[in-house]
Design a protein around this ligand. Sequence first.
Ligand code: SAH
Length: 226
Amino acid sequence: MITYFWFELNLNFLLDTFAHKGKRKQLVEILVQKGITNKKVLNAIGTIPRHLFMDSGFVDHAYIDKAFPIGADQTISQPFTVAKQTELLNLEKGSKILEIGTGSGFQTAVLIEMGMHVFSIERQNELFKKTKLFLPKLGYRAKKLIFGDGYKGFKEEAPFDGIVVTAGAPFVPKPLMSQLKIGGRLVIPIGSENQIMTLITRISQTEFKKEEFGEFRFVPLLENKN
Ligand code: SAH
């Protein structure tokens, strides 16, 4: 007697076609036109299948340079914003990074693709659970995904070479500054309605340098877990 085994294959899932790759190449060209120069950042965005990070209804929009809804009232950041923040981190392979606002996990994947050791915090339980299951399916393994409040940073693993905040912060949370290594870089959009992309570099135990890089628009950094 012959027994047949049927494996359920969801072909829509994890499908990355030539058409997707072609659109990704065009997206990378747009980012270059908008002023992104870091080759490793461009390479990561050219490699990662962004369409798989979005709800299926928006798949056609995945390679347009725009933010999009990902559920729980949140958005996947605009590719230019992800590229800009990663470029401002300006860190080498092997660096230890803390991300605040895991969301869809796209920024997390960019950092992992570049060889960073990534810790990432998300306050929305629904998104946290979804992304924790999803990222390893694409082969992206963060050092740790944390369900918690990013205002507090992640003391257990501090200090970090870099911290990137992917939601609009009304002010710079003190714990994030104190969890930077000397020479470490914090990339944080500051403001309520619109935000100014801000790079804070730790010069010494007590001194920090602040630089600004133009206006952006993010969903707000909210307090406590949800
Ligand atoms: N990096 C994400 C951006 C998602 S939008 C991506 O590329 O998809 C910002 C995310 O920050 C949202 O998922 C939101 O829930 C989360 N967030 C807001 N306030 C937070 C906080 N205090 N701590 C951790 N995450 C927070």
